[in-house]
Design a protein around this ligand. Structure first.
Ligand SMILES: [Cu+2]
Length: 282
């Protein structure tokens, strides 16, 4: 008897030790995770700071969705904890009445999520329509070609271009505060043109001409990548974006022209003609 007591006592101690170790582990993880974020990053819901005039719209949609999700979460968690505490079964309590096929409740929990999704959908559709609108006000036009495994950027108004290679990723130069319209083309498979700090990306689909606009308003160098798993070297489809003053942009265009990268993009695989990619036969 006394031997059994010692064993169960020991296993209780080791179980509680395990629990406290687990709790400490979670606490350490929380500290590490939370301390990595500034207050501003928390307020943005871990989204990058937008570097375009248009990015605020995406950010607000993201923040509002989180607020709505948290409000629903608080109500649901609150109800769960209230039930757990208020209706905790006490010794000798009989099993409560079991409820099933309660039509009003079933209608409610079918309709409520449908309404929530409907609201999220409506706001998303509204913002997407605005963000992908062709406003006709762009004063800078760039044709982006995504191909296995890099990008080329043609500055349509300035008749110059940049072509990347896996060994030497390209840089897209954009003058600050100038509305730019991107035209996205692919000669092979689906890619996705993504600059995380734009808070926007769009697929680059062969046989389709996709367009979108934005106005970069923050000078700096930013990272870009392909956001669509497009094959073995997908991860090497990286590039940089430089948002610069008009003078710096003009200097870069002059530099491209000086090294012969003027006119329309021609690589060993394709030649760009308007929005058509002509295959180069070797
Ligand atoms: Cu790709």
């Amino acid at each position: 008897m006394s031997g059994d007591n010692i064993t169960s006592g020991e296993s209780r101690t080791s179980a509680s030790r395990r629990r406290s170790r687990l709790a400490l582990g979670f606490l350490a993880l929380a500290v590490v995770t939370l301390s990595g974020c500034t207050r501003e990053e928390w307020m943005r819901g871990a989204m990058p700071k937008p570097i375009t005039k248009d990015g605020a719209r995406t950010l607000h949609l993201w923040q509002a969705s989180w607020i709505a999700a948290l409000a629903v979460g608080i109500i649901v968690w609150g109800l769960i904890f209230w039930c757990v505490v208020a209706y905790r079964r006490k010794k000798g309590d009989p099993l409560p009445k079991q409820t099933r096929y309660n039509i009003p409740i079933e209608i409610f929990y079918t309709a409520a999520p449908a309404i929530m999704i409907g609201v999220l959908f409506a706001f998303t559709l509204r913002d997407q329509t605005i963000l992908t609108k062709d406003t006709g006000t762009a004063t800078n036009h760039v044709t982006v070609v995504g191909y296995q495994w890099q990008w080329s950027f043609q500055y349509d108004d300035d008749k110059a271009y940049d072509v990347g290679t896996v060994a030497a990723p390209p840089t897209l130069w954009l003058p600050v505060n100038k509305r730019v319209q991107f035209t996205l083309l692919s000669p092979d498979v689906i890619h996705s043109f993504w600059v995380p700090d734009f808070l926007f990306h769009m697929d680059v689909v062969p046989g389709r001409v996709n367009k979108f606009e934005l106005t970069p308003d923050t000078i700096g160098t930013f990272k870009g990548r392909c956001a669509e798993l497009c094959g073995a070297q997908h991860a090497r489809m990286i590039f940089n974006v430089k948002v610069v003053s008009q003078a710096d942009y003009d200097a870069h265009i002059a530099q491209l022209r000086a090294v012969g990268q003027s006119g329309t993009v021609t690589t060993d695989r394709y030649h760009l003609s308007g929005t058509t990619l002509e295959e180069v036969t070797k």
